[in-house]
Design a protein. Structure first.
Length: 387
């Protein structure tokens, strides 16, 4: 099939939506399909690595944060056998909806529902209004809807549609390359670079530090760390964005500047070695804008136990006591207790590390995920289930 993957952000921008779209593009290309990606050009593309698919960077007619108005999308994608829209995409979904209304089943649509929009203030109100107008017709237009878990679907904005027409939905988690992300010894060079002592346990966070990813809960994590004061442990925060300096000031104001290391220089190639430094990985997200967390399965594949907020979807990755623990959303007391439990029990950490790797290989290996995605795409091309 000739497949158009449409997404609002794409690497080198750091974000789960773009990373999933890239994984789909790579996997479907390697399975013999002709794949092109369509994404707004925000002016910071950078150098593109070699890939088996083509990326089309489209000039937006207008843009706001990670959204862009691309009326040309309908014309650009009308010659494809199938369109895969990663949603939300404010300013792009409208063009794909217009395409479906004019071409119908001639171009099947697979919708990836990635996350709810949970912004606050006037922005949040505007997005909520947009969602009420756009989400229902986009869901109706799609032949299939992919979610990262049925748990998230049931508790998200697509919940009513999922309960009415469950057969239209498929739950496929992100995939991870378990040969790249794998258990390895800690790098002496990295330990020296970060100034970590031989007896210090490393707690790792990886994620975007921009306003679009404020839901990742870095403020909450820093506040918890300042209250918990884990013994013989350091916190490593890896990511870049316009909130990074704010977080650095917060750490200083909380008196934990010496205990927290921020690094915004880690590129994609350097991430596996950073995961290998970690004794524990934490994802402290605070609302439903977090639907799964690709970083969780990268940590699992690296043999690193997890602590993650018990949010719908996110909690589906956690098997309490086996590969980590879920803690109450925005519950500092619970997170502090789980930090102490795992950091102070080395035999427990070792058992969970072993299980983490096993689960990553059995449930999240990317080649198996790609095969499931392809099945959904083929099914979408062969049938229509009106919503």
């Amino acid at each position: 099939m000739k497949i158009a993957v449409v997404v609002s952000t794409f690497p080198p921008y750091q974000g789960g939506m773009g990373n999933m779209a890239r994984s789909y593009a790579e996997g479907l290309s390697r399975r013999g399909h002709d794949v092109e990606v369509f994404c707004p050009d925000y002016g910071n593309i950078g150098e593109e690595p070699a890939a088996p698919y083509k990326v089309n960077w489209l000039k937006p007619r207008g843009k706001f944060r990670n959204s862009a108005f691309l009326p040309q999308l309908a014309g650009e994608t009308c010659g494809f056998d199938l369109v895969n829209l990663h949603y939300p995409f404010y300013g792009g979904a409208e063009s794909i909806l217009f395409l479906k209304k004019t071409r119908g089943r001639h171009i099947p649509l697979v919708l990836n529902y990635q996350m709810d929009s949970t912004a606050k203030g006037w922005t949040g109100a505007a997005l909520a209004g947009y969602g009420k107008i756009m989400l229902s017709p986009v869901l109706k237009a799609a032949e299939k809807v992919i979610v990262t878990s049925f748990d998230y679907a049931a508790h998200s904005a697509v919940g009513p549609a999922y309960r009415r027409h469950p057969k239209k939905f498929a739950a496929i988690p992100p995939g991870v390359d378990t040969s790249v992300f794998a258990p390895r010894p800690k790098s002496p060079e990295l330990l020296s670079r970060y100034g970590f002592g031989p007896r210090e346990r490393v707690v790792l966070f990886v994620g975007g530090l921009d306003r679009a990813h404020a839901f990742k809960g870095v403020d909450f994590l820093l506040e918890t760390w300042a209250e918990a004061k884990p013994r013989d442990a350091r916190l490593l925060v890896v990511g870049r964005g316009d909130l990074r300096e704010k977080y650095i000031r917060t750490a200083a104001a909380r008196g934990i500047a010496a205990e927290v290391v921020f690094d915004d220089t880690v590129g994609e190639a350097g991430l596996p070695a950073v995961y290998n430094l970690a004794d524990l990985f934490v994802l402290p997200s605070v609302d439903r804008a977090e639907s799964f967390g690709l970083v969780l399965i990268e940590a699992l594949a690296s043999g690193v136990p997890l602590l993650a907020s018990a949010l719908p979807g996110v909690r589906s990755v956690i098997e309490n006591g086996r590969n980590g623990y879920a803690f109450g959303v925005k519950d500092r007391t619970d997170l502090a207790a789980k930090l102490a439990l795992v950091l102070e029990d080395e035999p427990l950490r070792r058992r969970m590390a072993s299980t983490a790797r096993e689960l990553a290989v059995s449930k999240y290996e990317r080649t198996a995920v790609w095969a499931e995605v392809e099945k959904v795409f083929i099914s979408a091309a062969a049938e229509s289930l009106p919503l």
